[in-house]
Design a protein. Structure first.
Length: 132
């Protein structure tokens, strides 16, 4: 869902807080983003610097879409719907954060908006990086 949010200040509370849980926004775009924060439902998060961004790969299956986001040290696999906009924003390195949304909220999302059902983050081993 593409909602514009008010510009936030760069104080510590703003930087460390999670996106508003009551909101159905699954991602936020920012032209000044220097890293991608990946928020998981269990409260864990990753911050992956765009200086280590390798590539993104979008694929559409029958019932869902996947977006693979590859960094030097981690691979991120995003599963959901309407992920093309997210992939196109990655082309400009302009995605500030993404987060998983509980499946029960899928029906509440506006038609055509990004919905992220699952995010998997895997550390890339030295051997994996040689096989890319």
């Amino acid at each position: 869902m593409m909602k514009k949010r008010k510009s936030q200040t760069n104080d510590v509370a703003t930087i460390t807080s999670r996106p508003d849980e009551s909101s159905l926004v699954a991602w936020e775009q920012s032209p000044q983003a220097q890293a991608l924060r990946v928020d998981l439902q269990n409260g864990a998060f990753f911050v992956l610097p765009y200086s280590q961004f390798g590539f993104a790969h979008f694929a559409r299956e029958e019932d869902y879409e996947t977006l693979r986001i590859s960094f030097a040290t981690h691979d991120v696999r995003v599963v959901g719907r309407n992920l093309r906009d997210l992939g196109c924003a990655l082309q400009k390195l302009a995605v500030d954060w993404i987060r998983e949304m509980p499946v029960r909220y899928a029906a509440l999302c506006e038609k055509g908006s990004v919905f992220i059902e699952r995010i998997e983050v895997a550390e890339v081993s030295g051997e994996d990086s040689l096989n890319r």
